[in-house]
Design a protein around this ligand. Structure first.
Ligand SMILES: NC(=O)c1ccc[n+]([C@@H]2O[C@H](COP(=O)([O-])OP(=O)(O)OC[C@H]3O[C@@H](n4cnc5c(N)ncnc54)[C@H](O)[C@@H]3O)[C@@H](O)[C@H]2O)c1
Length: 379
C-alpha cells in the first residue's frame, strides 16, 4: 500500500463532497495501491476547521494554506476554496512538489489557467480538475456510445444548466455565503460556475469548439455586499446563453441562468446524430435516454436506460449494489477520486488535467467576450 496523504483546503460544499469521496475509495475500490489518508484539513477559522476535522476524521488542521504546503507529511492538496484562490494555492503547491487536485473552474481566466497548467507540468506533479459530471455512470455510458460510433455524424449538441436562487434582490453578494455573486471572487457568474460544467462535458463528448456567439445579462444590477454592507454594482453574469460551432461540424446551443424559476440544479444535455440521439438530465442522473433510428415499427421511440446494471457494461456500477439499485450525485466524486488514485498507480494523467481544463476556460472566456462585444468570437 502507498499512502496519499491529503491536505484539504476548504470545508464547505466541495470540501465535504471530496472528503466523503476519499473516505469511500478504499472500501469500494480496494484493489487500488494508493490509499488516501485524511492528513490535514485547512480553513481560516480554527474553531470551524477543528470541528470539520473532528467530524470527518482528519488527523490535523491548519489555518493557513501556506503552512499546509510546507509540511513534509502532505503529498497532495485538494483546492476546494473559492475561484479567486485557486491560482495562488495551485502555483505554491506545485512549487512545493505537491500533487494538486483543483475545483472548477480551474482559474479566473485563461491566462491564469495556462500559468497553472504550465506550473504543474514543469514540476511534473499529478493534477486533475473536478469536472465531476464526467464520472456519472450515465454520462460515461454516453461517452462510450458516442465512441462506438452509434450516433453517426453529430449534428446538434444542446445543454442547459438552470437554477433560480438569485431571483430575489435581497440576496447579498460576497463573503463566505455568496462569493459566487462577487466578480472579484468568482471571476464570472453562471459562465464559470455552471456553463463550465456543460462546456467540459461537451468538449469531452463532442470535441473542440471553434467559435461562439454569446449573450449575457445581469438582471439585478446592485446588491448589498456582505463585507461592507453597502449596495454595490453586480459584476457577474446572472444568465448566459451561447451558440457555437464544433470542429466536427455540429452546432451547439447552451443556456445557463440563476433566474429560471422552479429549477434548482437542472443540468441537461442532448446530442442528435444521424443514426441516434441521446439525452441526460441531472435530476434523473442514473438514466440515459437513447433513440435509435434503426428501431422501426410501432414500438420505435425513446428508450430509457436505467444505468444500474452489473456485468461490466454500465460504467462503475459493478462497484456498488445489486443490479437495479441506483447511485447518486456524490458517487461522481468517489469515481473521480478513485480514478485519480488509479492514475497514480499507472503513472497516467487523470482527466481532465489542468491542461485539459484550460480548454473549457478558453470557451468561457470567448463566450463572455462575445457577449460583451456582441460579436462571434473564435475560441
Ligand atoms: N464540481 C462541482 O460540481 C462544484 C460544485 C460546487 C462548487 N464547486 C467549486 O468548488 C469551489 C468551492 O466551492 P464551494 O461550493 O465548496 O464553496 P463554499 O463557500 O461552500 O466553501 C468554500 C470553502 O473555502 C474556504 N476558504 C475560503 N478561502 C480560504 C482560504 N484562503 N484558505 C482556506 N480555506 C478558504 C471557506 O472557509 C470554505 O470552507 C469553487 O471553486 C466552486 O466553483 C464545484
Amino acid at each position: 500500500m502507498t499512502q496519499m496523504r491529503l491536505g484539504m483546503i476548504g470545508y464547505g460544499f466541495m470540501g465535504r463532497a471530496h472528503t466523503n469521496a476519499f473516505k469511500r475509495v478504499p472500501d469500494f475500490f480496494p484493489e487500488l495501491k494508493y490509499k488516501p489518508v485524511l492528513q490535514a484539513a485547512c480553513g481560516r477559522n480554527q474553531e470551524k476547521v477543528d470541528a470539520f476535522a473532528a467530524q470527518w476524521g482528519y488527523a490535523s488542521t491548519e489555518t493557513d494554506w501556506r503552512k499546509l504546503l510546507e509540511r513534509d507529511d502532505i503529498d497532495a492538496v485538494d483546492i476546494c476554496a473559492p475561484n479567486d484562490r485557486h491560482k495562488e494555492i495551485a502555483l505554491a503547491a506545485a512549487a512545493h512538489g505537491k500533487m494538486v487536485l483543483c475545483e472548477k473552474p480551474l482559474a479566473m481566466n485563461t491566462a491564469d489557467g495556462i500559468e497553472m497548467a504550465d506550473a504543474v507540468e514543469k514540476v511534473g506533479v499529478a493534477n486533475t480538475v473536478w469536472y465531476n459530471y464526467r464520472r456519472v455512470p450515465a454520462v460515461m455510458l454516453a461517452k462510450q456510445i458516442i465512441e462506438s460510433g452509434k450516433l453517426g455524424r453529430i449534428y446538434h449538441y444542446r445543454a442547459n444548466f438552470l437554477q433560480d436562487w438569485c431571483i430575489s434582490e435581497e440576496v447579498p453578494q460576497g463573503g463566505a455565503s455568496n462569493w459566487r455573486l462577487a466578480i472579484d471572487e468568482a471571476g464570472s457568474g453562471v459562465t464559470g460556475d455552471l456553463l463550465a460544467h456543460c462546456i467540459d462535458t461537451a468538449l469531452w463528448l463532442n470535441g473542440s469548439i471553434s467559435q461562439v456567439s454569446g449573450m449575457s445579462e445581469t438582471f439585478v444590477k446592485e446588491r448589498v455586499h456582505v463585507e461592507t454592507g453597502e449596495l454595490t454594482p453586480v459584476g457577474i453574469d446572472d444568465a448566459c446563453a451561447f451558440l457555437c460551432r464544433f470542429d466536427n461540424g455540429s452546432l451547439g446551443l447552451f443556456e445557463s441562468s440563476r433566474y429560471a424559476c422552479g429549477h434548482k440544479a437542472l443540468y441537461t444535455f442532448e446530442i442528435n446524430g444521424a443514426n441516434a440521439s441521446i439525452r441526460w438530465d441531472l435530476h434523473d442522473l442514473h438514466r440515459l435516454e437513447f433513440f435509435d433510428k434503426a428501431d422501426q415499427g410501432a414500438l420505435r421511440g425513446w428508450r430509457t436506460i436505467h444505468v444500474s446494471d452489473h456485468g461490466g457494461d454500465h460504467p462503475y456500477m459493478g462497484r456498488w449494489w445489486v443490479p437495479g439499485l441506483q447511485i447518486g450525485y456524490e458517487h461522481s466524486f468517489v469515481h473521480q477520486a478513485a480514478d485519480f488514485m488509479a492514475s497514480l498507480e499507472k503513472n497516467e494523467p487523470c482527466s481532465p488535467t489542468f491542461r485539459e481544463a484550460v480548454e473549457t476556460q478558453k470557451v468561457c472566456e470567448a463566450v463572455l467576450n462575445s457577449a460583451a462585444n456582441e460579436a462571434w468570437m473564435k475560441v
